[in-house]
Design a protein around this ligand. Structure first.
Ligand SMILES: NC(=O)c1ccc[n+]([C@@H]2O[C@H](COP(=O)([O-])OP(=O)(O)OC[C@H]3O[C@@H](n4cnc5c(N)ncnc54)[C@H](OP(=O)(O)O)[C@@H]3O)[C@@H](O)[C@H]2O)c1
Length: 295
């Protein structure tokens, strides 16, 4: 009787291991297989614009990760809608992208800290454009947040409006649109690896990113039946304005901080392929984050 029970438990264990490995390793296997096919065997694979159409929207596109996503997607042939706070920066970037990649560029000025009113203007413009890909890359940074007790009520509202309310409202708006079109579409929500740590002096930022994670992963499941892929990206340290403090310490450490262009290039290649990504796997910081999760 006991040996029969042991066999059953063993088989359940084998099945659980098989399920775990197939869920976690299959997308990575497919990604590596595609890279080998494309780079070494000369196959032409389906491009992002074949999958998602001609237009992509990027928030937080005047700086850092969002700006690089905008350029990388334009390089992939997308016409882009750039959304950010400052008109002057948006105009300069739009001219650069049009000049360099010969694609159409639209800009929308929006300050997400101002609450729900902001979205009426955005939605009016976007309603007329057939969007297949949305990258949500804005965010209030760690060094802006600091010690929670030192925050004013206004600063608290800005952080919550920006990192929680705006992420939610934009995800809702795009999903509603994408569900109706019945064609392939994708949303990329940029969170942070701080969603899995409890970091002193960054409590509020971390909690907004935990929210981002829960929201994105739940929407990911809900959206599968509508052919919409919702991707969760959680960078660790990418040397942009956000992590100026760390940049000073890590400035010469190529081992621990990825080159931002290479990071985004890799991250874009995972759109529609990986449900969750740290952006660029083989940088040590990303790897240790991943390892700590697996263990
Ligand atoms: N860099 C990293 O190591 C790292 C690590 C983990 C997670 N992340 C996440 O990745 C995302 C992008 O980070 P990043 O490093 O690229 O940041 P960044 O260089 O500071 O850029 C942030 C972008 O968001 C825009 N933005 C900020 N507040 C806004 C508001 N209220 N309304 C509209 N736009 C606003 C900024 O516009 P302006 O140019 O006008 O300021 C800028 O374009 C963020 O969600 C961040 O939390 C970054």
């Amino acid at each position: 009787m006991l040996s029969y029970l042991a066999k059953v438990i063993f088989l359940i264990g084998v099945y659980a291991l098989y399920r775990y490995l197939s869920i976690n390793l299959k997308p990575i296997y497919k990604l590596i297989r595609d890279i080998i096919k494309e780079k070494f065997l000369g196959h032409t694979l389906e491009g992002l614009t074949d999958r998602y159409g001609k237009w992509a929207v990027i928030t937080g596109s005047t700086n850092g990760i969002g700006k690089l996503y905008a350029k990388e997607l334009a390089c992939n042939g997308f016409n882009v809608v750039l959304i950010s706070k400052m008109e002057s920066k948006l105009k300069i970037l739009a001219a650069d992208i049009e000049e360099e990649f010969k694609v159409q560029v639209r800009i929308i000025v929006a300050d997400f800290s101002k609450g729900l009113e902001t979205f009426k203007n955005i939605e009016q413009v976007l309603d007329t454009i057939p969007i297949g890909l949305f990258v949500n890359a804005f965010g209030v940074a760690v060094y802006d947040v600091g010690n929670m007790c030192s925050l004013t009520r206004e600063e608290l509202t800005v952080i919550l409006n920006t990192n929680i309310e705006a992420v939610t409202e934009l995800s809702r708006y795009f999903l509603q649109r994408m569900y109706c079109t019945n064609s392939k579409a994708a949303i990329v929500n940029i969170s942070s690896c701080l969603e899995i740590y409890s970091t002193p002096f960054s409590a509020l930022y971390d909690i907004t990113k935990i929210y981002n994670r829960k929201l994105t992963l739940a929407l990911q499941q809900e959206s599968r039946r509508f052919k919409v892929h919702v991707q969760h990206v959680l960078p660790c340290l990418v040397p942009t304005k956000t992590i100026q403090i760390c940049n000073a310490i890590l400035k010469d450490s190529k081992l621990f901080t990825p080159d931002p262009e290479a990071f985004v290039h890799w991250a874009v290649s995972t759109i529609g392929r990986l449900d969750e990504s740290t952006g660029q796997l083989w940088y040590a910081d990303q790897f240790f984050r991943w390892l700590s999760q697996v263990l």
